[in-house]
Design a protein around this ligand. Structure first.
Ligand code: B3K
Ligand code: ZN
Length: 852
């Protein structure tokens, strides 16, 4: 398999001045006519080699002259025209079969809707092109289709003309004045429902807003529309960025490989991130919609107007845009809850990736399939790197740098180095050593910061040591440069001071003078750097009580619970101080969603990450025991919390209502470990009487995990209620696949035959097989049955959709951390997968890295 390397970048010898595309859509096939005006930039280039994947060529014209097949050559992955002049017009006609396109890249069908997905390299599946992000061109798109079947025909940019043709067909032309790379190109054709609105920009331009969906689902688009308008205002106020076309279209489709796509003026979304009402979507679903709608909108400036020079620069647009959407969600909802949720996500996904053979820097240096690099590292760690710059420079300097970045690079394809240049230009006080900071872009792995402290004669000393892991190939890496926010707290609980230290050396000390007594240390406040802190002595109980930093308060509760669970793994007695602290949090008067997070016990994944050799059985046992002990000790308090906040008829989405649901459901989950009649009755009643999907799905999950009788009744009821709604059925399959009850694998296998299940729909595969592969108890079953099942699915799905298959394959990435028995079992399965005939390069890349 060929490996693409960062160092091999070469500027293209041609530019595409304009590209005019003409799509004739039919039921059995599509004819694409692509007319490009091309200029030679490098006189040495004789032939032009375009990217082209599995295309059926019909005709080729050079400057209006039809070429015979001696003048060009078409291969599986390229199309070459020989001896081209300095400037020329190239017209290519080719034929596609979107109804057979199960990879969901290029032009394909989601149900009866024609749609596209071109990032990163889908456009070459539509027509031959210089399909690389540094080739930016102006696109005109005409779509012709049957008017009754496809009344809605959408393209990028503004609508230029539309008219009816003979035979019941019609034609619509779109023009996008902004030069863009081909990965941002999109079309949609279908018989769609729509909701419309408008937005007046700060400079008083009217923008038409449309959200398209399946007919009948229009009423579920209003939250997405509100989120879009919120995002538009936020980007104007926070970054001075206005929208730049007459219309902003969003289309929701059911078959989509990921969350959404920021195509210029025509976002295409997985319907999961558009459609919602309180009966069918959870509070978390609503938050997801708000953030993904905003994320794609923010790409209009960070990604579209300024794009990436090549795919190694992916984090330039993704890390930055994730940072922007995280700040947006924090501004609109709760700062403290948002920060904790973001860090939780980072540690569950990115830290695990960073500790695996798939670890890579946020700017990878090589790839086989770029699709494998839309990772948590590029996105979420990328966002943390931007956040550190924001912390180091401060809000106003950061904004100044962003203004400079937009001003300097608008309309261009650039590199992270250009972004860092803008950041360094505004750093008048020379606060940041950018040379060292850049290591975050080129080094992988999560640094550990070992912390020791001492106190003598009024001086408090912090001794820090960075332990930087080697690269995957064992190459040694250098210390990082990062902001470390610390607080010192007196034994009376009063804050003494807060400081932002800048850590840059492998070992260094910081002193704080003039103190009366040894202070308590609150470290990495707000999670100012994406690192792991290791302290000799921890003051969790004190910090849970007194720290004013909402993140460290949460972190202390988590760490205390982690250590307590670990002690239970050695079957020690339960730490009474832990129970006291937990009881203290139960009585805290803080924002309810935040309180629900403080009361959350560590996930199996976070426990697993701290083990040298992972065996899931003792982890589960200890966690279950801790839950039971807590529930027994605090039963009455938890019931009180539950009763106080359980408002089954309340469907509102305001902070208090969402917080009440989060907190009482946390109480219900904790109580469920008692498996008592009282709790079963509570959960069953909640399942039946609640009006929100949030409450219903938590109750269903609780019942599924503690009782086969009521669990079965509720699950059957859920199926009957929602079997016609695929989005809700994803939740149904996930609950089965994540269940801790025995016999899960057999139920997952059987679910594949359910008439609702369809292995060509990524959401359904992720909900059933993907969720099962995260069900550590059964995926890692000692008899290897979980591995065998998932490996079979990888082989099966790889033939349909390589992206989906490689996504499933990454579930095996903790291979190197497991005990020998599990390792042997995995090895056997993965060796079988990798020897499969015509395995995709996507899946090959993931598995070969794991097995290395
Ligand atoms: N840019 C797209 C991701 C495309 C993924 C292709 N495998 C969505 C986003 O990050 O906004
Ligand atoms: Zn993005």
């Amino acid at each position: 398999m060929s490996v693409i390397c960062l160092k091999d970048y070469k500027k293209c010898g041609f530019e595409v001045e304009s590209c005019e595309l003409y799509f004739e859509l039919f039921e059995e096939f599509v004819i694409v006519t692509n007319t490009m005006e091309i200029n030679k930039l490098d006189a040495q280039e004789k032939h032009i080699k375009l990217d082209s994947q599995e295309l059926e060529l019909l005709e080729v014209y050079l400057n209006d002259l039809k070429l015979n097949d001696t003048r060009y050559d078409i291969q599986e992955e390229s199309f070459t025209v020989y001896n081209v002049p300095n400037s020329f017009s190239l017209k290519i006609k080719n034929k596609l079969y979107p109804q057979n396109n199960t990879e969901l890249e290029g032009l394909y069908k989601s149900g009866s809707i024609f749609c596209t997905q071109n990032e990163p390299e889908g456009f070459r599946r539509i027509t031959p092109y210089l399909d690389r992000p540094d080739i930016m061109s102006v696109f005109t798109t005409t779509i012709v289709a049957d008017k009754e079947r496809y009344p809605v025909l959408l393209g990028n940019g503004n609508k230029q003309s539309s008219h009816d043709l003979a035979d019941g067909r019609h034609e619509v032309t779109w023009f996008d004045p902004h030069p863009k790379p081909s990965y941002l190109f999109a079309i949609v054709a279908g018989d769609l429902g729509v909701i419309s609105d408008e937005f007046i920009t700060a400079s008083q331009t009217k923008v038409e807003l449309n959200i398209y969906c399946d007919k009948g689902a229009e009423s579920k688009c209003f939250f997405a529309m509100k989120s879009l308008k919120d995002a538009m205002i936020w980007d104007e106020q926070k970054y001075g960025r206005e929208y730049d076309l007459d219309v902003y279209n969003i289309v929701a489709v059911d078959s989509f490989n990921m969350g959404a796509m920021e195509n210029k003026g025509l976002n295409i979304f997985n319907s999961h991130y558009v459609l919602a009402d309180e009966d069918k979507a959870t509070d978390a679903d609503f938050m997801g919609i708000q953030s993904v709608i905003a994320h794609e909108y923010f790409h209009n400036w960070t990604g579209n107007r300024i794009t990436c020079c090549d795919w190694f620069e992916l984090t330039l647009k993704e890390g930055l845009t994730v940072f922007r959407d995280q700040c947006f969600s924090a501004d609109l909802n709760s700062q403290e809850v948002q920060r904790i949720e973001d860090v939780k996500g980072l540690r569950e996904r990115q830290f695990v990736e960073d500790a695996s053979p798939m670890a890579h820097p946020i700017q990878p240096d090589s790839y086989i399939s770029i699709n494998n690099f839309y990772t948590s590292t590029v996105y979420e760690k990328g966002a943390e790197v931007i956040r550190m710059l924001h912390t180091l420079l401060g809000e106003s300097r950061f904004r100044e740098a962003m203004d400079l970045y937009f001003k300097t690079f608008d309309g261009r394809a650039v590199r992270t180095g250009d972004f860092l240049w803008a950041m360094s230009e505004v750093d008048k006080e020379k606060r940041v050593d950018f040379t060292q900071f850049k290591r975050w872009y080129h080094q992988s792995g999560t640094p550990i910061l070992e912390v020791k402290d001492s106190f003598c004669d009024g001086v408090y000393t912090l001794d820090l040591k960075q332990v930087v892991p080697n690269k995957v190939d064992e190459i040694k890496q250098e210390p990082f440069y990062f902001p470390l926010k610390v607080g010192l707290i007196g034994s009376d609980g009063k804050e003494i001071k807060e400081e932002m230290l800048v850590v840059s050396k492998e070992e260094e000390s910081f002193v704080f003078e003039g103190l009366e007594a040894k202070p308590y240390l609150s470290i990495n406040r707000g999670f100012s750097a994406p690192i792991i802190i290791k302290q000799e002595k921890n003051e969790y109980a004190f910090l849970m009580k007194h720290d004013k930093d909402s993140f460290v308060k949460y972190e202390s509760a988590q760490s205390f619970a982690l250590e307590t669970t670990e002690k239970l793994m050695e079957s020690a007695e339960l730490d009474a101080e832990f129970l006291n602290s937990f009881g203290y949090v139960l009585d805290l008067d803080v924002e309810l969603s935040y309180k629900a997070l403080l009361l959350e016990l560590p996930s199996i994944s976070s426990l697993m990450q701290r083990q040298k050799v992972v065996d899931f059985t003792p982890i589960y046992k200890a966690k279950e025991r801790l839950e039971r002990e807590i529930a027994t000790e605090f039963k009455e308090k938890l019931l009180d919390i539950y009763r106080l906040h359980h408002k089954p008829k309340n469907k509102e989405l305001d902070t208090v209502s969402v917080g009440e649901r989060a907190l009482k459901n946390r109480a219900l989950r904790l109580l469920s470990s008692l498996e008592s009649r009282e709790v079963i009755d509570l959960a069953y009643k909640q399942y039946q009487e609640s009006l929100t999907m949030t409450d219903r799905v938590v109750a269903l999950d609780v019942l599924e995990n503690i009782t086969s009788h009521e669990g079965g009744l509720a699950l059957d009821d859920f199926y009957e209620r929602y079997k016609d709604d695929t989005l809700v059925m994803n939740k149904y399959f996930s609950i089965i696949a994540a269940s801790q009850r025995e016999g899960v694998l057999l139920r997952v296998i059987a679910s594949q035959d359910d008439e609702v299940y369809d292995k060509r729909v990524p959401n359904l595969v992720r909900s059933l097989v993907g969720v099962f592969a995260k069900n550590y108890k059964y995926f890692h079953a000692a008899d290897g049955s979980g591995y065998a099942f998932v490996a079979d699915k990888i082989i099966e799905i790889d033939k349909i959709n390589a992206q989906m298959a490689s996504g499933l394959a990454s579930a095996f990435k903790i291979y190197n951390r497991l005990n020998q028995n599990n390792k042997n079992l995995i090895k056997k399965e993965l060796e079988c997968v990798i020897s499969t005939h015509s395995l995709s390069k996507n899946t090959y890349e993931i598995i070969s890295k794991i097995l290395k």
